[in-house]
Design a protein around this ligand. Structure first.
Ligand code: SAM
Length: 176
């Protein structure tokens, strides 16, 4: 299983980006997101999306106080902790290792500056290229490298809305 830890969420500034981190996590095969910080409004709006599009039975969105506790928990249970950062090792040079990695995986994505503690206490600091960009893009590409594109066919059993793919037009099926 794969979970995401979103560090340093500030409701006023990060609402949209954290929402996108959660949507990408869900759509690309993660089982849940831990959010460091409190944002009841954002959690409510994301729950509505998950309720319509599926995953509410297993996809976890949880507010937590301190991300370090989650990292320590992960290490205790023998999983792997990965921090996405432009300062890390280029993911292209780690694919062999990623294919043999120990699960569950915890993927850390920051908002602002991430504390040095994380760099020192994770198993891997991984860069999706060594240029600054976005936690949303970084997470999407990371999950795609893990699942090798299979995640794009994911379906959710409990979805109330499903898309019937078309070249032109919008077709949806509604279930209940
Ligand atoms: N300035 C911040 C710092 O020094 O860490 C980074 C801000 S960046 C907008 C927010 C997050 O996006 C980072 O914490 C990291 O998780 C992710 N990120 C940005 N560029 C990345 C890259 N090239 N590779 C991996 N993750 C990246």
């Amino acid at each position: 299983d794969i979970y995401v830890l979103r560090l340093g969420h500030r409701p006023a500034r990060d609402k949209r980006v954290t929402t996108h981190v959660i949507l990408v996590a869900r759509a690309f095969g993660a089982k849940g997101v831990y959010i460091e910080g409190k944002d009841e409004k954002m959690i409510k709006s994301i729950s509505k999306v998950i309720d319509s599009w599926g995953g509410s039975s297993y996809f976890l969105v949880k507010e937590i106080e301190n991300g370090k506790n989650i990292v320590n928990e992960w290490k205790e249970k023998g999983g792997t902790v990965i921090h996405l950062t432009m300062y890390g090792i280029n993911i292209n040079d780690l694919q062999d290792k990623l294919d043999k990695i120990k699960y569950p995986l915890l993927i850390i994505a920051g908002a602002e500056k991430v504390e040095g503690w994380y760099y020192r206490n994770v198993d891997y600091n991984i860069a999706i290229g060594n240029q600054p960009h976005s936690e949303v893009a970084a997470l999407a590409i990371f999950l795609d490298r893990i699942y090798k594109g299979r995640e794009l066919y994911m379906e959710f059993g409990d979805a109330k809305i499903k898309i019937l793919p078309q070249n032109v037009g919008k077709k949806v099926i509604r279930n209940g």
